[in-house]
Design a protein around this ligand. Structure first.
Ligand code: ADP
Ligand code: MG
Length: 445
């Protein structure tokens, strides 16, 4: 292949979005990420098993056709995986003393490459000071929260990189809460090594000076895991070790996380990151363009910074797409060209969510006909998706209970009951909860 496979894949996604339409694209492919290209096979990551299966069954052939067309190689194929891009328990034994669980630190996620602005300066400053000196009671634990794509992972990985380079006598453990869960579950599988594995697993934590955990919101309602985490956490904390966590929401919204865990989080330093302002977006954009070796006129750069504004990941995605267009199609980037590429790129995420979009996405996820949601049937296969639709309409739109009810031909008390029911189901069944959140995230792009 004469092009970078990443570029081919970016462009393939862009084409797929046009062919599928933004709704379907958003439900299924907006989280797709390039993993590798080896021996003619593109491996593409998706964030859940449901998505990976659905995409394999429904879109694999079309995506392959696109990839073949764009790469000029009629033999390439594609496989999808939902396995996180991380390590397994097996690999841990190989990791060095200083880098527990750190195999997946991204090289570029360092302090020097994190652009500061008014909306992330405090988070940056606190992260940096913690990286220089651990365990100060005023910032232990350090809790960083904010929406997707705003740099939380970048910042906490920067701490890990910094410790690795500048404090060789300190060990750290960097792990996402989902990996924590996976490892914990693996260690619990009954076999003769079970006990040893669990102890081994705990030791990894106990020995670290820095415990850095990404996305703690996923610890959610797994009680046993929370218990274990709380004990490990407390043990480290009492020994003056530094704890750093991130989350997509502030501590008090972390229910159903155990109360004691929440109050521990609140007892240290809590800082948020908000979406970057225009000036910050301009600096980030210029850094990214420089990385990609792309030269654009000032007015185009300004247009991009002004238009792509919800988060930094989206800004990076826009630059990647432009880069792919330049490299593969030799497109000359005029303001008009860029405008049409970006309008298309933002099309899916910036459109307004309305009841039809939400219900058809829910129907898609549950594999049922969207019309059934408005129908009379009350069997469980239809009832649950209908209640999920009501719940999401309430979450994602400004419609009143009455308005939602009338969309389904029902009254407001039915909607209220549906919302309560979904809340209960989500609290009781974490698989179900993940499914609802998956739908919600796909709708929010
Ligand atoms: P989050 O964990 O909050 O969802 P990430 O840390 O994954 O977000 O950031 C998304 C992307 O945006 C990453 O590639 C990251 O390097 C980049 N990024 C975020 N904030 C900044 C910033 N202030 N300066 C430079 N790059 C940033
Ligand atoms: Mg993150």
């Amino acid at each position: 292949m004469q092009f970078l496979p990443e570029d081919v894949f970016d462009l393939c996604l862009d084409r797929a979005k046009k062919l599928m339409g933004p709704e379907k694209y958003n439900s299924w492919l907006s989280n797709a990420s390039f993993r590798s290209f080896e021996n003619g096979v593109f491996t593409i990551g998706l964030d859940s098993e449901i998505r990976a299966n659905f995409v394999t069954h429904n879109y694999k052939d079309n995506l392959e056709t696109l990839l073949r067309e764009l790469s000029g190689d009629p033999a390439v194929c594609v496989v999808f995986t939902h396995v996180p891009e991380t390590l397994s328990l097996g690999k841990i034994t190989n990791s060095s003393r200083h880098e527990l669980f750190s195999n997946f630190l991204k090289p570029g996620y360092i302090f020097d490459r994190f652009i500061q602005g008014p909306n992330n300066r405090l988070a940056y400053a606190t992260a940096f000071s913690v990286a220089c000196e651990m365990g100060h009671s005023s910032s232990n634990p350090l809790f960083i929260y904010g929406g997707v794509g705003l740099g939380k992972t970048h910042l906490i990985q920067a701490i890990a990189h910094y410790v690795k380079t500048n404090q060789p006598d300190k060990t750290f453990c960097y792990i996402s809460s989902e990996e924590f869960l996976t490892m914990f579950l693996k260690a619990m599988i009954p076999n003769k090594n079970n006990f040893i594995e669990l102890e081994h697993f705990k030791d990894r934590f106990r020995n670290s000076h820095y415990l850095i955990m990404d996305d703690v919101q996923f610890l959610s309602d797994k009680e046993t895991t929370q218990d274990l985490f709380f004990h490990l956490f407390n043990d480290l904390y009492l020994r003056g070790r530094q704890i750093i966590v991130t989350s997509d929401r502030p501590p008090h919204e972390l229910e159903p996380l155990a109360e004691r865990l929440i109050s521990r989080f609140q007892s240290g330093m809590v800082v948020d990151i908000k979406p970057p302002m225009l000036e910050t977006r301009l600096v980030i954009l210029n850094q990214k363009l420089k990385d990609e070796n792309i030269h654009l006129d000032k007015d185009i750069v300004f247009y991009l910074a002004e238009t792509v504004k919800s988060n930094v990941r989206q800004l990076e995605g826009a630059v990647n797409l432009l880069a792919a267009n330049i490299r593969i199609q030799n497109l000359v980037l005029t303001l008009d060209n860029v405008r049409s590429i970006i309008t298309e790129y933002l099309g899916a995420s910036s459109r307004r969510l309305n009841p039809s979009i939400i219900t058809s996405s829910v129907a898609d996820f549950f594999g049922i006909n969207p019309n059934a949601l408005k129908g009379k049937k009350r069997n469980r296969e239809i009832l649950v998706p209908r209640q999920v639709s009501m719940f999401l309409l309430r979450e994602l739109t400004t419609l009143s209970l009455e308005q939602i009810g009338s969309f389904f031909g029902r009254d407001h008390s039915t909607v209220l009951n549906a919302i309560k029911r979904i809340n209960t189901l989500m609290a009781e069944d974490s698989f179900f909860r993940r499914k609802v959140l998956d739908i919600q995230e796909s709708l929010q792009g």
